[in-house]
Design a protein around this ligand. Structure first.
Ligand code: FES
Length: 109
């Protein structure tokens, strides 16, 4: 399988403490880079309930809680864990090279 060289550097691990997140925009998509218990994860920065940013939502373990109505999503796969949201979050593949966090641009399509 050919190596995918389409990773775009978007953030630095040293800027995002455990339990925090950082929103970045690539190709018009708002992406939230989250530092969770099991590492860094990238999800769309848009709660599927009322389409508001998840940025600022509380991160505990590998879960993020929407700051508006409290829906909970699993950051590892985007799956919704608690209403009022019912649809999963979109997720994006990332890789970490040193302290550089990159997003796979193929996962944006
Ligand atoms: S907007 Fe996120 S739970 Fe309502």
């Amino acid at each position: 399988m050919p190596e995918n060289n389409n990773f775009l550097s978007v953030a630095d691990t040293s800027d995002i403490e455990l339990g925090h997140s950082q929103s970045v925009q690539i190709d018009g998509i708002d992406i939230l880079i989250c530092h969770a218990e099991d590492g860094f994860f990238a999800v769309e920065d848009l709660c599927t309930h009322s389409m508001i940013p998840l940025c600022g939502g509380q991160i505990e373990g590998n879960y993020i809680m929407c700051p508006l109505h409290g829906a909970v999503f699993d950051l590892t796969d985007g799956s919704v864990q608690s209403p009022p949201a019912f649809e999963d979050l979109r997720t994006f593949k990332l890789k970490i090279d040193g302290t550089s966090i990159s997003i796979d641009s193929d996962s944006l399509k």
